[in-house]
Design a protein around this ligand. Structure first.
Ligand code: AHM
Ligand code: MG
Length: 303
């Protein structure tokens, strides 16, 4: 029975990536190994997030990151977990983390061909109150045999793969290798991410807008007008609903599933916008570019 197949023939994320990889006969499995280390990091952070209260992990670690924000213990822990998991995969050469001021160059003996940019625990303002937070990552291929900083200063469209893990009411990992977007939910009893949302497409129309409206006084005119029109539509359509978690991973995840718009516009306070382009925005260029209803797909150049 088909119903039985659903329960007994599980598409784990590893199986899924191995299937994808078989379409690239030249591949040696390096990407699968890298991904399994990212998955380990996500599971570790998920477990730490769930136990945060219990394990007294919450609280300030007394450190400040490059953006001048106070780091929470969970941020520090998540960063360490990902850095160690990525280095030990033996498949990375440069790591760029939101929590580290400088890029990490992996020592030659452990070096591989992938560069990983990531925000280990995004949504820092939501850690202490147990609201959804997440990890965002993007993967580039190193260009030359000797890695340089140029290798991580590549356009978002050149990322080979990107994804995020949301530590929410369930733990979900959403991944794209440039050919569709797929979502996997962690089954805690198995410790495996299982394919639950295949080929995610952003609905063409949505009824939700998502923005920090507390910043409205600093917006420029077009942004203010746009948001005003969400609330008081000129064409007589019903007003949109406002949803704003304040964790980009959660706000964008909802937008991918329900449609609508998420925005963090530049304003007088942050003229370049608040979100950091390399590890908070580019990964979503990959995910968004490949999950549009229009059927637009990035050229599959994946691992
Ligand atoms: P963080 O890296 O310190 O967590 O900041 C990024 C977060 C995003 O997840 C979210 O979209 C945004 O900051 C929320 O900012 P604000 O609190 O200004 O609305
Ligand atoms: Mg962040």
């Amino acid at each position: 029975h088909a119903a039985d197949a659903h329960r007994t023939d599980l598409m784990t994320i590893t199986r899924f990536v191995l299937n994808e990889q078989s379409r690239h006969p030249e591949s040696k499995g390096d990407f699968t190994i890298l991904l399994s280390h990212i998955v380990l990091g996500c599971k570790f952070v998920c477990s730490a997030v769930n136990k945060a209260g219990l394990a007294k992990l919450i609280g300030l670690a007394g450190e400040t990151n490059i953006q001048g924000e106070e780091q929470k213990k969970l941020d520090v822990l998540s960063n360490e977990v990902f850095v160690k998991a990525l280095i030990s995969s033996g498949r990375t050469c440069i790591l760029v983390s939101e929590e580290d001021e400088e890029a990490t160059f992996v020592s030659p003996s452990l070096r591989g061909k992938y560069c990983v940019v990531f925000d280990p625990l995004d949504g820092s303002s939501n850690i202490d109150c147990g609201v959804s937070i997440g990890t965002i990552f993007g993967i580039y291929m190193v260009k030359n045999s000797e890695p340089t900083i140029e290798d991580v200063l590549q356009p978002g469209k050149d990322m080979l793969a990107a994804g995020y893990c949301m530590y929410g009411s369930s733990c979900m990992l959403v991944l794209s290798t440039g050919n569709g977007v797929n979502g996997f939910t962690l089954d805690p009893s198995l410790g495996e991410f299982i394919l639950t949302h295949s080929d995610i497409k952003i609905p063409r129309k949505g009824k939700i807008y998502s923005v920090n409206e507390g910043n409205a006084k600093n917006w420029d005119e077009p942004t203010a007008k746009y948001v005003e029109n969400c609330k008081f539509p000129k064409d007589g359509s019903p007003p949109k609903s406002l949803r704003y978690v304040g964790s980009m991973v959660a706000d964008v995840h909802r937008t991918m599933l329900y449609g609508g718009i998420f925005l963090y516009p530049a304003d007088k306070k942050s003229p370049n916008g608040k979100l950091r382009v390399l590890y908070e925005v580019f990964p979503y260029v990959v995910l968004g570019g490949t999950s549009r209803r229009s059927g637009f797909h990035r050229q599959a150049q994946g691992p």
